[in-house]
Design a protein around this ligand. Sequence first.
Ligand SMILES: [Zn+2]
Length: 307
Amino acid sequence: MLQQRTLKTITRAVGVGLHSGQRVELTLRPAQPDTGIVFRRVDLPQPVDIPISAAAVTDTRLASTIGTGNAKVHTVEHLMSACAGLGIDNMYVDITAEEVPILDGSSASFVFLLQSAGVELQNAPRRFIRVIRPVEVREGEGAHAKWARLTPYHGYKLSFEIDFDHPAVDSTGQRVEFDLGSGNYSRDIARARTFGFTRDVEMMRASGLALGGGLDNAIVMDDYKVLNSDGLRYDDEFVKHKILDAMGDLYLVGKPLLAAYSAFRSGHAMNNLLLRELLAQRDAWEEVTFEDDRQAPSGFLQPVRAW
Ligand SMILES: [Zn+2]
């Protein structure tokens, strides 16, 4: 049986929120089978649980925010991406503020945290959402067109294409495909950092955003070039970060997907729309488990890989 996974032990991290600039403590804890991933705002007078789901996403401007009532958690996508990459099904995320710490701007620190806690196999079958009919969302026309789609695939692969019309971005790889079956998430995707342009930063700061952002947790560009003195971590770090984000956004559906995702200039908003469209088309997917490991697609079988 392909089993659900949780953490072996508790692990903690401290950092600042990218947008809020607020100090925040994160405690990742093991959870029972079929709990899913649950954020818990432990700083509120009465702690509030926010289980992840496509419908729990309440805001997608610049980052993915989940919420219930007045309780929110911003910028969940990099932690969710690490969970998708390592196949964590059940976990509590105790958090002391309304934004997940940005750490180094990638998901590498979360991968490290999860791996140091250790991954525990649980006595319950892992439940997948298998896409059986294509589902697509699309916006705009011609030069403004963007789209994202899921098609049936025995495994999980993502392909993404960007088009930022910026010299520093255009000189890097614009398209990347990552297959969980043949690739290595920790090595190939997790280290890609978020990125931003100095021309946007002033505007964002005026609206109280990007207050915690800087050269130690993002790739920052002026109108011509990358300003980080160390340069890029991958030749195609920008588009790889979009894959990292998409894996996090899509994991908010609450179960691993069996599908091929492809997207052109998609982002947090469109990724969430795609999930909602998928769930609304009840004949486009089914829930499956694998009693026999040999039936499971590669990429979900092996123990969690080290770096
Ligand atoms: Zn991101």
